[in-house]
Structure formats: C-alpha cells, structure tokens
Design a protein around this ligand. Structure first.
Ligand SMILES: *Cc1c(COP(=O)(O)O)cnc(C)c1O
Length: 381
C-alpha cells in the first residue's frame, strides 16, 4: 500500500460549528426548536425560497412525516425509484400503501419520467422523485403529470441541498421536500434532516405530526390554552446541539460547495481520457445541471470490472464504495412480487457504479492518487 489511507468520506468542521454547540449548551435548554433551530430554518427558507422548513432528526424522519401528510389508505399506490436509499420507500410503506417501483434513466440515474404515464392508475396517489447525486429529476414533466392526475409529489432531495432545477431550489418544487444532513451529505450535522413544506395546506398538520401528534407547537404560540394529543405522530425533533452544529455548516455553505465543485471538476478532467477511450462513464459534466457536486461516480462497463476496480483501489488504500442494492430485487422487493428483470437499467447501474472519495478535506495530492490509480488500472487491461 502506497501512502496513507484515503477514506470514502470524512466528517469535517468548516467554521463555527463547535463554538455554536458550546453556545447552545450554555443557553441552558437543549431540547428542540430553540434559537439555532429557528436560525437554520430561516436560513433555508430565505436561501432556497422555501415557504416553510422544519428541522427533523434525519431525512428519513422527514419522509415519514411527509408520508403521513399524504393521508394514504391501504391499497393506495406510491411511485418510487428502486435505485435509492431504503427509507425513500420504507417511509411510505409504513402507511400500508402499495409501492410501484420506477426504473431510472441511464444518463442521470434519476427516475425515468417517460415510464410514469404507464404506471399511473386509479389508486396512484404520490410520486417520489429522488434527485440522485443532487441532479434534478425532470420536475416540469413530473409536476405536469401530478397535476393532470391530482397526485402529490414528495421530493427526496436528501442529496440535493442547495442544488437547482431550472432556477428553482430542489426540494421546493413538489408539494413536500426532504433534505438530509447526514455526515455523508454536503452539509452535515452527523444525523439530521429537514421537511420543506411548499403547500400551505400541510403546514398545521406537519407541526402536529412532528410534535408526537400533539398541538404543542400551537400551544407554545399561544393559540390554545393547553396541549394535548390530537393526531398521529412521533417525536421528529432534533436537539439544539445538532441545530447549532448545522447552523455553523449552513453559514459556510458556499465555501463547502465551492470546494466540492473543485474536486468534482478535477475528477471529471482527470478521468476524461478514460471516458474518451470507452473505459468508463462518469457523473454528468460539470456544466450539465445546476447541481451541488454532491457525488462523483463512475460506471464501469460491467459488474466484474467494477468489482475488480474496487479491489484494485482498496489494495492502494483507497476506499471507493458502491450502492444501491436495488430495492425491487431486495428480499422486501421480492416479497412484493418483483423480479430483478423488472427494472433493467436499475440492475445494470447498480452492478457497475462506483463512488469516489469526495469530501471537504480531500487533499489534492490524495485526489491525484485516486485518479492515477484508476488510470493505472485501465492501462493494464
Ligand atoms: C441519505 C439519503 C436518505 C436518508 O437520509 P438520512 O438523513 O440518513 O435519513 C434518503 N434518501 C436518499 C436519496 C439519501 O441519499
């Protein structure tokens, strides 16, 4: 092994995170919805042009609140990609609905919007587009379909914080949007998320569901004289310590994103000769979309080449990772009646995709080692 180990991801401090956490502790109240939570929400509302943002303990928990707000009954259908993190789907399944998996486009790896019309039936209620790698799904087409069939759209914008689609912030286009601040995302607080409410009719109920199904939030605003149990819900509340850390990151969002863009462009340029030779396909060109440089991935020509490349990099101390095991061909997906062949693009991409190290503190010399190792691998084949 040459040189030190290069991890796939590394948590980082960009600015005032730790002093804000100390301030939160010194304030004497560490529960939810204190001043750092309010500052985070106001920052996102202003920066992203969002109607209302609620902080949650994770994107998964924001998706769970969104699923409740969709008011599904057993037998209702929800359209989700299979090429995504588990909770995009599992958050909805908890309502008793039926999931219909949608294959992805081979270019963006996002939900293939041209497949949606054939999947929409009388019981379809919700479409859940996932903005993979922070690149926007075809939201104009998806929103038009939703409009025509009176469907709700919940954006899984876990990876798309700060990214745009035709000038609008991702997460603010559907009826509801969900963000993640998990330590592997662009802006982090360990575990964290947010629910973006873009349709006024969901505001009051979202507050209740997030507060364990109680009207505590209204009580604190002085709207009722006691608080009590009024609806379903759970405790979807992050503590002020987490919000304080997150606020430190939000303040540095521009610098963090700029750093990721530098890394992204460098991978793109460094691997371009391999793309030209037909060895690899890479994440979209930097000028392709208004994305946030969340992820740099490569697609090998087949699964065995991808697996050999992972092993090659690992032997050189470089951790590159793959995902997702498709949901439709997972044990849960098979129980729903799916077989792998049902979503061929998802199966193929899942076998061939590799994510390269991309984090704020990735040193240029380490990035060079990653690029050189990949070039080396293909020069020997
Ligand atoms: C990270 C991620 C999630 C889950 O986010 P958490 O904050 O860890 O719950 C959901 N969907 C997608 C597409 C993700 O990338």
């Amino acid at each position: 092994m040459s040189g030190r180990a290069i991890p796939f991801n590394r948590a980082f401090i960009a600015g005032n995170e730790l002093s804000y956490v100390a301030q939160a502790v010194a304030s004497g109240t560490l529960g939810a919805d204190g001043s750092f939570t309010r500052r985070c929400c106001a920052w996102m509302e202003q920066r992203f042009g969002a109607r209302r943002v609620l902080l949650t303990p994770s994107c998964s928990s924001a998706l769970e609140i969104a699923a409740v707000l969709c008011d599904l009954t057993p037998g209702d259908e929800v359209l989700v990609p299979s090429f995504t993190f588990v909770t995009t789907a599992s958050a909805f399944l908890a309502t008793g609905c039926r999931l219909r998996f949608v294959d992805i486009r081979p270019d963006t790896l996002n939900m293939d919007e041209t497949l949606l019309p054939a999947l929409i039936g009388p019981r379809t209620r919700v479409i859940v587009p996932v903005h993979y790698a922070g690149v926007g799904c075809a939201m104009d087409e998806i929103m038009a379909l939703a409009d025509r069939h009176s469907l709700l759209v919940v954006e899984d914008a876990a990876q798309a914080v700060g990214a745009r689609y035709r000038g609008r912030s991702l997460g603010t286009i559907g009826h509801l949007g969900c963000f993640s601040f998990h330590e592997t995302k662009n802006l982090i607080c360990g575990e964290g998320g947010a629910l973006v409410i873009n349709d006024a009719r969901f505001e009051a109920r979202a507050d209740v569901v997030r507060h364990s199904g109680t009207n505590r939030s209204e009580f604190l605003r002085g709207g009722v004289d006691r608080y009590t149990w009024v609806d379903v819900g759970s405790s979807h509340l992050p503590s002020e310590m987490v919000a304080a850390f997150l606020y430190g990151q939000l303040e540095e969002a521009e610098r963090i994103t700029a750093r990721r863009w530098t890394i992204y462009r460098r991978y793109h340029a460094g691997l371009a000769p391999l793309v030209a030779r037909g060895c690899l396909q890479t994440a979209p060109a930097p000028d392709d979309a208004q994305h946030n440089a969340h992820m740099f991935y490569v697609l090998a020509e087949d699964g065995s080449t991808r697996d050999a490349l992972i092993a090659w990099l690992k032997a050189r101390g470089i951790q590159a990772v793959f995902h997702y095991v498709p949901l439709h061909s997972s044990p849960m997906g098979r129980r729903m009646g799916y077989v792998p062949e049902d979503l061929p693009v998802t199966e193929s991409v899942s076998a061939r995709l590799l994510r390269l190290p991309c984090y704020f503190e990735l040193e240029p010399s380490d990035q060079s080692r990653v690029i050189d190792a990949i070039v080396d691998f293909f020069s020997r084949r």
